[in-house]
Ligand binder design. Structure first.
Ligand code: FES
Length: 177
């Protein structure tokens, strides 16, 4: 009689063990997914300095021969931190002016008023901003309008017969004149 009391229904026991196992598996899986979801921002934060260094890398602007003395040219480059799906947003531009055989000056395209891209007009020798009428001379200094200062200058160097430009961030008024 005692054995009858402890006897369990085979079907019910198997079902409850199976359900418990499934719930355990689901709980562990959800826990692992949550840990991954929380871990990604932490890893991203830790890799930040490495990615920033990459974004500050020198970008190739072209052969030195492609720039004529006394002329200003718009160069179009692709940011190193761009991804295949970044599209147009990965493109960066700058104005390169060759002052002599070995002397270049590179300007950011952003107006120093509110950041609109300026255009170069070789006929008048002026940079003009379409947003609020800011005007700059060929040497980048402010000529007229609301801009508080001249165009931002970007670091550049000559390497192996090519011009390289560093565009690491959007310039702000904190940049040296
Ligand atoms: Fe260029 Fe205002 S953004 S003048």
């Amino acid at each position: 009689m005692a054995s009858k009391n402890t006897e369990q229904v085979p079907g019910a026991d198997g079902q409850s063990t199976g359900r418990r196992g499934w719930l355990q598996w689901a709980g562990q899986t959800l826990g692992a997914l949550s840990a991954i979801a929380l871990g990604i921002p932490i890893v991203w934060y830790l890799l930040g300095p490495v990615l920033r260094r990459r974004s500050e890398a020198w970008l190739d602007a072209g052969k030195l021969d492609s720039f004529s003395v006394g002329q200003t040219k718009l160069v179009d480059m692709r940011n190193r931190v761009g991804r295949p799906w970044s599209g147009e947003s990965a493109r960066v531009a700058a104005y390169v002016r060759r002052r002599s055989q070995k002397d270049f000056v590179v300007f950011a395209v952003n107006c120093t008023h509110l950041g609109c891209p300026v255009s170069w007009f070789s006929q008048s020798g002026l940079f003009m901003c379409p947003c609020h009428g800011g005007v700059y001379y060929a040497d980048g200094s402010r000529a007229a309008g609301p801009p508080p200062r001249g165009l931002y200058k970007l670091p550049h160097r000559m390497m192996g017969g090519r011009l390289q430009i560093k565009i690491s961030h959007l310039p702000t008024l904190a940049e040296p004149a």
